[in-house]
Design a protein around this ligand. Sequence first.
Ligand code: BES
Ligand code: ZN
Ligand code: ZN
Length: 496
Amino acid sequence: MKLVTRQDLDTSKDLLVLGLFSDDKDYYKDLNPLIHKKVSSALKNKTFDDKLGSCVRVMADDSLYDEVLVISLGKSDKFSAENLRRALSIGVNHCKSLRIKGFTTNIAQLALRVLSARVIGLACGESCALSSYIFNKHSQKSKDNIELNEVVFSWVESKSKKVFQDNLVSGQIIGESTNFAKDLVNEPACVVNPQFLEDEAKRLAKSSLLSLKVFKKKDLEKLGLNLLLAVGKGSEVDPRMLVLDYKGASSKKIDTVLLGKGITFDTGGYNIKPTGYMFDMKSDMGGAAAVFGTIRALTFLKPKINVSFVVPLAENMVSSKAYRPSDIIKAFNGKSVEVINTDAEGRLILADALSFASKQYKGASLIDIATLTGASVIATGHVVAPMVGNNSELLNELKRAGDMSGDRVWEFPFFEDYFDWMDSDVADVANLSKKFNRSAGVIQGGVFLSKFVGDSAWVHIDIGGTAYLGEKSFYNQKYATGAGVRLFAYLLNKLN
Ligand code: BES
Ligand code: ZN
Ligand code: ZN
């Protein structure tokens, strides 16, 4: 999709999308009396209100446009980058449903009253890319959906135009990288298995800024990543671990390691999931997809930083070879782990990945991202991802990156009171709390992982609720969201 900036409103488009702050209802009075009249009457009839996203359609034969869509931006003092993303998504979604190929809009320019050109550029680029996403690989019917060709932004102020345009490009890269993650999650597990993701990593690693090391089953055995091996034992496709280094800075030092849970399908194993709970479990590699999307964004944005990525990959299946409840397994860091439930597998593969990363990348901060628990959906719904960690600076940085990017995270309590909840009678640690059962499920997952991070600064993000949606919402479609990509793109590129 082409994103274009022009001084004035392009009149060659079918559709004009206009913003309107609710504290500025007379804005179009002098500019265009017809629009003002329609907005006023819609306000009177209560078909248009102050709420962000409320719309009025204006059709006029004598106008330069076939249609004008006026979108309420809400109150200007409440306006944020996220509101901008959402407002713009309404324009894109309108085009998608009417099969219009593009539109022109003044929304970016209006936003300049409240937000900086940089923030506006990023948000507009992201929203256009995110909103126009379609997953149509496998169905004839959805192939009829046309993609948007072009969005034209009017931008009058010349001194900030370049900043806007540059950030529009960066925002589009971040949005498209998020869409890349969505594709990986939406694709079923008969396609996306550990081998497929290894091949995908090889494609990414063609960039000169990246190097990739694949730890195959034999390597895992040699190193003693027995938790990852145990979880992957029931599958035809071997478990493996990908380690990628992105080197954009001249120094050797690596400050951050991102780790993503890559369970390409989670049946639950012998603690098998009931039918209704298994269906969406192709999305259980959402953490790995977040890492892949972040890597893609870095290879385009090329920030001067060094970051590494660790992705443990396995399929949690049932077979005569699969691991069992009550198995006791020795982790990479030497701790013995009692498997109380084979469905709490994500924490097992991440435990080995985290202890590997804390040893391999001494001094670096570790951030893991995972569709770890159904409890996260109960706790915060699909709105925001819970996180816990041992370093308040890192937690705060993530909070800020989440707020700025709209890919939000929220710190959960992590009091010492919880730290013995995962104790086992027979091993050093258990993968489920026998005593506390299902209470504070997100925190239990965090406590388990904390036993494997050594001295590293560390944060765990649970995207169980945010990675995959049951219904569309603004720039998010139904199903995969690419949660984590925007969060990490903002964090690593210091866009916060
Ligand atoms: N992959 C699931 C968590 C999940 C469930 C993510 C629903 C997104 C939506 C995870 O492996 C799992 O099964 N967790 C169990 C943990 C329990 C056995 C301690 C859960 O959430 O029930
Ligand atoms: Zn599970
Ligand atoms: Zn899982």
